[in-house]
Ligand binder design. Structure first.
Ligand code: ATP
Ligand code: RIB
Length: 306
């Protein structure tokens, strides 16, 4: 087994407008600057893992268009193996329309495009890559049949799968016993558990309900509070690092990418979550999804400052 992290998931071009606030349904507001940046949960996590020091391989589908070409160049610039990042003439590259408010919050609408064509056969084509991985990392901007297929393919070789269940979607309970590490945010933890999550105490209750579904290790991310780690029969809050948030888009993605690297390096759970918190905290201080993923030296420096 090599030490590589295989990330399976989406690539989107993020079309971002900064605005005073998120508009209500039916409302038009005059926003500020428009930017196009590289995004998509899968690609964001792959880039975050690579910049955190991981050896990363990415499996994805792009359109055979300008965005698709740019995507592959960008991934290669981050030293990501793109052997199984394939451009298809059957759909356009994924696009996300994002509004970022003055408070740094966001609202996102995704046109999946080629991401919807990341089907089980794409996983079979990358079977050798999957079987030799140290860790597989996947999210929910990929068809659910593909998620199940990945879980099944990883079972026999014993490759641990981190499932970041984002964006929030209903899942079949049968999947959870195959998940080594589940990393929901508050909204996703509430959906999976069927319990409200509004603070650390309610997150603990939701977490117990999620663990009962058979998940190995559970980490509920709690924004500026940090992350709640459930491991070895106990739960504890691992606080994040105080920063001035500019744009939280991709914070969860950076957390997951960095977490996968820390796991592949054999860090303790507490150190791994601290490392992921530090990476994610740095990411919210910079605008954009992939542009905000920090480098290893900066993450290590922030961890050492505590
Ligand atoms: P997003 O959807 O905005 O990408 P998310 O909802 O998936 O993020 P969060 O729980 O909001 O995930 O944040 C993920 C991690 O990012 C947190 O666990 C924390 O480590 C870090 N983080 C988020 N917001 C802040 C903040 N304001 N200050 C410091 N760290 C933060
Ligand atoms: O998690 C952030 C990402 O969600 C954005 O980059 C956007 O592309 C959407 O997929």
């Amino acid at each position: 087994m090599d030490k590589s992290i295989v990330v399976i998931g989406s690539y989107n071009i993020d079309m971002v407008v900064q605005a005073p606030r998120i508009p209500s349904p039916g409302e038009t507001i005059l926003g500020g600057t428009f930017s196009m940046v590289a995004g998509g949960k899968g690609a964001n996590q792959a880039v975050a893992a690579a910049r955190s020091g991981g050896s990363v391989k990415f499996i994805a589908r792009l359109g055979d268009d300008m965005f698709g070409h740019q995507a592959i160049e960008g991934l290669k610039a981050d030293h990501i193996d793109t052997t199984h990042v394939v451009q298809t003439p059957e759909a356009a590259s994924g696009v996300a329309l994002i509004t970022v408010s003055d408070e740094g919050e966001n609202a996102i609408t995704v046109a999946s495009g080629a991401n919807a064509l990341l089907l089980p056969d794409a996983i079979d084509q990358a079977d050798a890559m999957l079987a030799s991985a140290a860790i597989v990392l996947i999210q929910l901007e990929t068809p659910l049949e593909t998620i199940s297929h990945v879980m099944n393919r990883c079972e026999a070789p014993g490759v641990p799968v981190i499932l970041n269940p984002a964006p929030a979607l209903p899942l079949d309970d049968a999947i959870f016993s195959k998940v080594a590490v589940l990393t929901p945010n508050e909204t996703e933890a509430a959906l999976i558990s069927g319990l409200p999550v509004t603070d650390v105490e309610s997150a603990k209750r939701a977490g117990e309900a999620i663990l009962a579904k058979g998940v190995g290790t559970l980490i509920i991310t709690l924004g500026s509070e940090g992350a709640l780690l459930f491991e070895g029969g106990t739960s504890r809050l691992i606080p994040t690092f105080p920063v001035d948030a500019v744009d939280t888009t991709g914070a969860g993605d950076t957390f997951n990418g960095a977490l996968s690297v820390a796991m592949s390096e054999g860090k303790s759970w507490e150190d791994a979550v601290t490392f992921a918190n530090a990476a994610a905290a740095l990411s919210v201080t910079v605008f954009g999804a992939q542009p905000s993923a920090p480098r290893r030296d900066d993450i290590d420096a922030l961890v050492s400052s505590r």
